[in-house]
Structures are given as C-alpha cells and as structure tokens.
Design a protein around this ligand. Structure first.
Ligand code: PRX
Length: 630
C-alpha cells in the first residue's frame, strides 16, 4: 500500500517525470519533446508530443525475439466441439502484416476510416491491428447493432471501407451480418470497398468491384506482405480509433483516442489492475466491439506480452458451465467479466467449483456497479474465497481502468471500486457546482487532471466534446456518474446521473431510444426510464402514448420491439412497455422522469410532490394503467 501511495503521489505531483519513466519501456521511432501539454477549457490534451511510433510494433514486433513462440491470441469458438485456435506472437505478427498489405492493396492509407463489423473471431483482432499498422482509424461497431446504427456510424466517420462477415454464431443462433451491412450501405456513399469474411458460410450478395472475399484478398496479399505490411510512422497524437457511445442526446458520439497516450494507458492499467505476470493467460469476456475489448483483449494484453483469450460465444450456451470450462481448458490466470454475466450465472444449477479453477489468480469486474450479493458469490464460488477481486470503474472515454483495487494489495470492500490508479485524481461536486472536500461525500464524479488514455475529442464535433465533458464543472472532466466516497477515501460508483441507462453493461441513451420508439407509426410520444433488474442491472421501461386504442396491445408491443431492433439493435429493446394516455409534464413541457422512475420501480408511494405538474391527474391515470397492466 505504501508503494501504491508513493506512486499515486508522484504521478499527481510530477506527472511528466512519472509518465516519461513509464513510457520509456515502449518502442519509439522518435522520442517526444514534451510529455504533456493541456488545458481543459478548449479542451486540448497532448501527450508525448513530437514522438513517433506504431502501436502494433509495440504489441507485436518488439515481442518477437523474446516471446515470439508464445501464444498471443487463443481463440475459443462458439461451439465447443469446434477446435480452438492459437496464434503465437510470430504468427499474429505475420497475419497482421498480411492484412495490412491487403488493406493497402485496396487503397487504404494513413488517416482513412475503416468500419469493422465482425463476430468475435481471430480475424477481428487481425483486422483491428492491421488498421493500426497502416495508420487507418478503426471504428469497430458491435455485431448487435442494426443497419441504421451501422449507417449512422459509417456516415459520421465517412468510412471508405467496411470489413464484415457473412454471418455470426451466437449460442444456438446464426445471425446475418453481411445483409445487415448491405442494408446500411444503401445509405453510405463514402464506402467503396467491402471485405467479407466467411464464418457461417451463409448465402450473401456480393457486388462486383465493391465486395471482395477476405480469404481471396488475404491470399493475394501474402506475396505483398514484405513490401506492404510495414508499420506506418504515426505521430503520438494521431488518432488510433473512433468508438461510438451513447450519450444523453439522440445521436451517438464518436469518442476519439490517439496513439501514444492510449497505448501507455492501456498497457499500464492492464499490468497494474490485474497484476499481470509474464506467461499469464488473460480471459476478458467482453466483445471487441466495446472499449473493454479494445483495451483488455487487444492493446493492453498484447502490448504487455500476455496471452489473450478471445471467446466467440455466450456464457449460457451450451450451458452455464462454459466460462468455467474455458478457464479450466486454457489454464486462465486473469479473468475479467461483467456483473450481469455473474448475476446470470449465479442462478445456474452448476457450481463453478465443479471445474478446475485452480489456475485463476485475479478476478475482475467491469461495466456497471456490482451489487454485494454478486460480489460475494464471485469471491466465494469463483474465487474460492481466496482470490482478489478488482472492481474496475472506467468508461469508453477514459480509454482504460481509472478506479480499482490493486489485487492482493488494496483491502477490498464488496461493491466498491476503491481507490484511483496512479495518474487519476478524482473529485466530487454537488449539484451547485461546489467541490466536496470532506472525505465522506457523495456527488458527481469528475477527474481533475489529464491522464494519458483520456479521449481527445468527439469525431467531427469538438464542441460536443467540450459541452459534454468539460463544461459542467469547468476545469474538470465530468464522468456523468454519481459517486460516494467513504471515510477511507474509497469510491463507490452509484450509476449514471444523466439520461443514460446501463443495461447489462451496455450504455443506452434514453433520447436515442425514445427517438426510435417514436418512429413507430402509431406512437405519438414516449418516455423511457431505467428500473432495477435482477440480471441486467437496469431494465428499460417505456411509457408510450399511441394515437389510437390498440385492438391487440400485445401485438403492438411486439411491433414496437421490432422497430427498436431495426433502428438501434436488439440490445435496446425495452423490457416493459406501458401504454398511457399522457405523460407527466411540468408547465414548461418537460417530462418529469423522476415520477416515471418511481412508477417503473414499483414505488408509487415515493412519487412525492406532483403540484408542479401541468396536470397532476396524469400520474393517477398512469398508476392505474400500470396496476392493470396485463
Ligand atoms: O456508469 C459507469 C459504468 O459504465 C459506464 C461506462 O460505460 P462504457 O463507456 O460503455 O464503458 C464500459 C466499460 C468500461 C460508466 O460511466 N461503469 C463501468 N464500470 C463500472 C461502472 N459502474 C460502476 N462500477 C464499475 N466498475
């Protein structure tokens, strides 16, 4: 603990000294002139200015002499009867060089944007790294998003090329991918090439001069690997990737991470938050379509020389033993998953200890607050009561882990993310914008100073970045999360304080979802709120006004769900829909979500004062409707 405290103080007091020492461990083509320049007003954040590098040389090339034959990626397929694959650092390096050559043969160059829409197969990792190798900015879109969502993301970033697969396997289902991309591309004039990987070998349409089979192009690129597989020279602050995430307004925003700072942060947090040791197998159960996969399947573990395990399937198929079987089969040391997965497995008849979990050393949690019951089950049933749990709080925007216990060092408290990593200075503010200095406080969580992995901008709209993160509490980065700090200075993140829901660890903007519901022909208006959900953490409750009394309400609900699936994706489907005549609004026309939340939570007695409503009787009518709900 003393060493941790010393490091934390050093990073706070002398950030440039601290981070230049850490950065010295990487491979640079040219060193930096200045470690850090920043102001949070514009905002302008520049780390390692003047340095040149390529992140893939740090993740691949520099390991070849020391651990070239060690597995870099182990891939466990959806179907356990299909053989797993293992790619050594040497093999992965070759594949990435070949894929980089393939991209260059298709005209991709530094600064171009490439959209990747793939299932969790090794080619996804290869495609992402190949983009980074040629300096193209990758925009990975999670495989569960709809054609409309893909199109919005492609158009916002003006991508030239898309990499997708014919289909995907998820549990017992085969899901179309290329046809979804085809629907998106009808609306995306910037895209002129599509590389199609075969995974499910489903029938797909292939358009001459636009669509190419990955396999064939990859074969052709092999000859060009030496010539065209080289690592592009990147400036420290060149963008590495865009990742879209939901906010409180209708349109998802493209969070931009740059090269050097992100690399240093992903690596530093991986090594410290998991207490990585050479030879460790790290199993992060997230999808590469989310930031967790970017930082802790790819860039963090690979830059550290770990063996990263990638899993294509779901925790519940063929049955709820799957995670534990994988841990046993691949002798996993570091296991990183989400509370929602833990809660869903808690109810299963299988006990994790039926599998040999003796290889495990550290357990991690991410994505949402972990309730104490789930924490304790994780500790006892998976960790045998002895393994440390690191409850890691962070965000797409932060690039890597921010607040977490250092396993085996920080004394744990169930449900608390505990203390900030070195480099992170959390502060709490009240609603009036006053900083809360008392140790024991509860307020809105901000970060006072820059860290290497923080977002630099939102793609194409710097003003939006400034307004969303740097305006609410001037001079600070605002996280959007509520937080409690206890007498030991431990942080417990309590959830979003803006109109963003966290459903099974996925961020869903209520405004975006309402826009989608309102597109349904018969809908006049809607309001969406979250409510506590046993497995998902938060469930989605939609209050909907229709323009007529439905003949078959159940069918209309199905239609609304289909509309949401089509416009956003199945992950945003409401759990509950209640048809109402009117919504509770203030005299200025603002929906009183607080009231709807109480109704959704089944706590009408806690609704409180309704006198500021335009029509207080509306609440009575909604309550009646909710009580008579079929
Ligand atoms: O509300 C916090 C919650 O997830 C949000 C970030 O979501 P996203 O950008 O999708 O990234 C998820 C993976 C890092 C945060 O604003 N969150 C994430 N981790 C935790 C958490 N809430 C409580 N405890 C956590 N450990």
């Amino acid at each position: 603990m003393e060493a941790y405290e010393a490091q934390w103080n050093k990073a706070k007091d002398q950030p440039e000294v601290f981070w230049s020492a850490i950065a010295a461990h990487f491979q640079w083509k040219k060193p930096w002139n200045k470690v850090l320049e920043w102001n949070f007003e514009e905002p302008c954040i520049r780390w390692f200015e003047g340095a040149q590098l390529n992140i893939t040389e740090n993740c691949l090339d520099r390991h070849l002499d020391s651990i070239g034959d060690q597995a870099a990626l182990v891939w466990e397929p959806n179907d356990p009867s299909e053989p797993f694959q293992s790619l050594s650092y040497r093999e992965l390096h070759q594949e990435v060089e070949t894929a980089a050559a393939m991209l260059r043969m298709h005209g991709i160059k530094k600064g171009d944007r490439v959209c990747i829409y793939l299932p969790m197969v090794p080619e996804l990792a290869i495609a992402v790294m190949a983009c980074a190798r040629v300096g193209a900015i990758h925009s990975v879109v999670f495989g569960g998003f709809s054609a409309q969502s893909i199109a919005d993301r492609i158009n916002d970033a003006q991508c030239n090329l898309v990499i997708c697969s014919d289909g995907a396997f998820r549990g017992s289902k085969t899901i179309p991918m290329k046809s979804t991309v085809d629907d998106a591309l009808d609306r995306c004039p910037s895209v002129n090439k599509v590389l199609v990987l075969t995974r499910s070998r489903s029938a797909v349409s292939m358009i001459k001069t636009r669509d190419f089979w990955w396999k064939e192009e990859f074969e052709k690129a092999k000859e060009k690997r030496a010539e065209l597989g080289y690592a592009e020279v990147m400036e420290a602050e060149d963008p590495l990737f865009i990742l879209y995430t939901s906010g409180s307004t209708g349109k998802p925003k493209g969070v931009v991470h740059t090269t050097a700072g992100y690399m240093v942060w992903a690596n530093y947090t991986f090594v410290n938050a998991f207490q990585f040791q050479p030879g460790d197998v790290h199993f992060c159960t997230a999808d590469i379509g989310w930031i967790t996969g970017h930082s802790y399947i790819l860039y963090g573990p690979l830059s550290a020389g770990a063996t990263s395990l990638m899993f294509e399937g779901v925790p519940s198929w063929p049955d709820a033993r799957r995670f534990w079987q994988i841990v046993e089969k691949h002798r996993v040391q570091l296991f990183y998953t989400a509370p929602t997965a833990i809660r869903s497995l808690m109810g299963s008849p299988y006990r994790p200890s039926e599998n040999d979990l003796s290889s495990l050393r550290v357990l991690g949690s991410v994505g949402e607050p972990i309730n104490e019951t789930a924490w304790q089950w994780y500790k006892d049933e998976v960790g045998g009561g002895r393994l440390p749990i690191t409850d890691t709080w962070w965000q797409t925007e932060t690039g890597g882990i921010m607040i977490c216990p250092i396993p085996g060092i920080t004394p744990e408290k169930p449900g608390k993310a505990t203390l900030p990593l070195p480099g992170i200075v959390p502060v709490l503010f009240n609603e009036k914008g006053e900083e809360l200095h008392a140790l024991q406080s509860s307020g809105n969580l901000c970060i006072k100073a820059p860290w290497p992995g923080m977002l630099r901008t939102t793609w194409g709209d710097h003003e939006r970045c400034k307004n969303t993160y740097f305006s609410a509490y001037p001079g600070n980065y605002f996280t959007g999360d509520g937080c409690e700090r206890d007498a030991d200075g431990y942080y417990k993140i309590t959830g979003r304080v803006d109109d963003v829901l966290n459903v099974s660890g996925h961020r869903i903007g209520t405004a975006e979802l309402e826009n989608a519901i309102n597109q349904f022909t018969d809908v006049v208006e809607s309001a969406v709120v979250g409510y506590p959900h046993e497995i998902k953490g938060q469930g989605i409750y939609a209050f909907v006004i229709l323009n007529r009394t439905p003949e078959d309400p159940a069918l209309i609900k199905q239609d609304i769900l289909a509309t949401v699936s089509r416009l956003i994706g199945p992950i945003a489907k409401p759990d509950e829909i209640l048809f109402v005549e009117a919504l509770p609004k203030t005299r200025s026309g603002k929906i009183m979500r607080r009231i709807l939340r109480k109704i959704a939570e089944g706590q009408p007695e806690a609704i409180g004062d309704t006198s500021t409503l335009l029509d207080p009787d509306v609440v009575k009518a909604i309550l009646e409707a909710s009580q008579n709900k079929p």
